[in-house]
Design a protein around this ligand. Sequence first.
Ligand SMILES: Cc1cc2nc3c(=O)[nH]c(=O)nc-3n(C[C@H](O)[C@H](O)[C@H](O)COP(=O)(O)O)c2cc1C
Length: 205
Amino acid sequence: MGTVVAPGSAKPTVLRVAAISGSLRKNSWNHGLIRAAQELCEEFIPGLQIDHVDISNLPNANPDLETDGGDSFPPEVEAFRARVLAADCFLFASPEYNYSVTGSMKNALDWASRGSVKCWADKAAAIVCAGADFGGGRGSLHLRQIGIYLDIHFINKPEFHVRAFDDPPKFDAEGNLTDAKTRERLKRVLLSLQAFALRLHHKDE
Ligand SMILES: Cc1cc2nc3c(=O)[nH]c(=O)nc-3n(C[C@H](O)[C@H](O)[C@H](O)COP(=O)(O)O)c2cc1C
């Protein structure tokens, strides 16, 4: 289940997913969503391969750190941009801070938006978030807005916002997703991302 064969091909297509959490917290729920997504892909969706891209070491976005006419970056930024560029699609696990994305998430989006190589452009993405009363839904709308200029194509359905302070608990103390229903919902998001990314991937065939 979950393995999709590309049109005209006998081999299943494996899509690389760059997964980015906007949290810097060690026991982050949003990191936990990415770990759960990795487990789900390993178990059920071999057509998706998740690369958890850490953004905690990125300097603050600053054009003064750019060289070579704006096409060279500090080593951490170069490494980050390479993983974004290598991805076929994106999974954003995006906490909501004051009704928007976190500063770290915005910083990462900004760094990979610089230079002549468009790292984000024309790729599919899904947003998942765990937060308070709206489950991070307002912040995810801001992320969609930022994605317009970056030319990211977000799946619309299913939406995935976890109200993590509500009972029953969805995460353990280390931020691992423990709720079976939420895990099943996450699986449907991944399958939707896979289907949409393949449609984009084969758009020229
Ligand atoms: C500065 C700050 C602002 C926050 N603002 C919101 C908010 O607007 N909406 C919300 O649902 N939760 C908000 N929260 C609570 C976060 O949802 C909560 O800290 C959550 O654990 C963050 O995700 P993480 O576990 O992946 O770090 C805020 C937390 C911080 C530290």
